[in-house]
Design a protein around this ligand. Structure first.
Ligand SMILES: C[S@@+](CC[C@H](N)C(=O)[O-])C[C@H]1O[C@@H](n2cnc3c(N)ncnc32)[C@H](O)[C@@H]1O
Length: 254
């Protein structure tokens, strides 16, 4: 790994992400939006599944019923312990660093990675690792923190930021987190997915109405109804903060 791309780990050890980020904040809409997308994109019947950077297993009740064997992988032991407490033997937990996944080549039939790309600077290496651990014909469902959102465009046009949402390069939003907080342009990610070897399948636009104002005006229930329609309809414009990709590692050709 070059010095320029030196990895930084966003360490969640000792941080109660579950309570602080999800339970104490009003994020029912965002949680539901993720679940809707996952229900549409994850295969119904999975041989061997892994949730990469899956935290405390927020989404485990979505994938455990679909998987013969489910693993939760994360850097933070704090989060893995919380997951183990809730799911016990239904979920294997494995600690490690995404840049060197402790899994064999082709070990999994399906993987999921949600709300994690913003932590990774060396996306080439991350995608190479994800590709490596999937079997030929395997499926990866990956959520990308989008750089090209409508609020960012407004800020840019009003001169409030120098970061152009239209530029394909990676945005390091150092003001959000000193350890780095990266947003990716959909075009950049799509090129990288293809370069890694993935075939891009279904794409969904997710968390389209992620805004405190929208929550106040419409309420979570209505936003969730609107989200249901928007995930597919708005996918072609790729303006939402989360873009979900269903990717396939092609089967080996003879
Ligand atoms: C925002 S949380 C998302 C958790 C979960 N996917 C969800 O949607 O609830 C990001 C997760 O990435 C994990 N993480 C950050 N850097 C990592 C790394 N280098 N290797 C493995 N996991 C990492 C953190 O420990 C944290 O659990």
């Amino acid at each position: 790994m070059s010095k320029e791309k030196k990895k930084v780990i966003s360490d969640y050890n000792g941080y109660d992400y579950k309570k602080i980020f999800w339970e104490d904040a009003d994020r029912k809409y965002e949680d539901m939006a993720d679940r809707m997308a996952i229900r549409k994109l994850l295969p119904k019947d999975m041989r061997k599944f892994v949730d990469i950077a899956g935290g405390y297993g927020r989404l485990a009740d979505e994938y455990i019923p679909r998987a013969k064997d489910a693993t939760l992988f994360d850097y933070s032991q704090t989060e893995l312990d919380q997951a183990k407490e809730q799911y016990g033997k239904k979920l294997h937990t494995v600690q490690g660093d995404i840049y060197n996944l402790p899994f064999k080549d082709g070990e999994f039939s399906t993987l999921l990675m949600v709300r994690a790309t913003h932590h990774f600077k060396d996306m080439d290496k991350v995608l190479a690792e994800l590709y490596r651990i999937l079997e030929p014909g395997g499926i990866a469902v990956i959520e990308v923190a989008n750089k090209k959102t409508l609020p960012r465009m407004m800020r840019y046009w009003r001169g409030k930021t120098d970061i152009s949402p239209f530029d394909h390069s990676v945005a390091n939003l150092a003001d959000v987190d000193k350890d780095g907080f990266y947003n990716y342009h959909p075009k950049y990610m799509e090129n990288l997915f293809r370069k890694t070897g993935f075939k891009i399948g279904k794409v969904l636009s997710v968390s389209n109405f992620r805004s405190a104002k929208m929550k106040k005006v419409f309420g979570n229930k209505n936003l969730i109804r609107m989200e249901k329609v928007a995930q597919k309809t708005l996918a072609p414009v790729r303006f939402a903060p989360s873009i979900y990709y269903k990717l396939e590692k092609p089967s080996a050709t003879k």
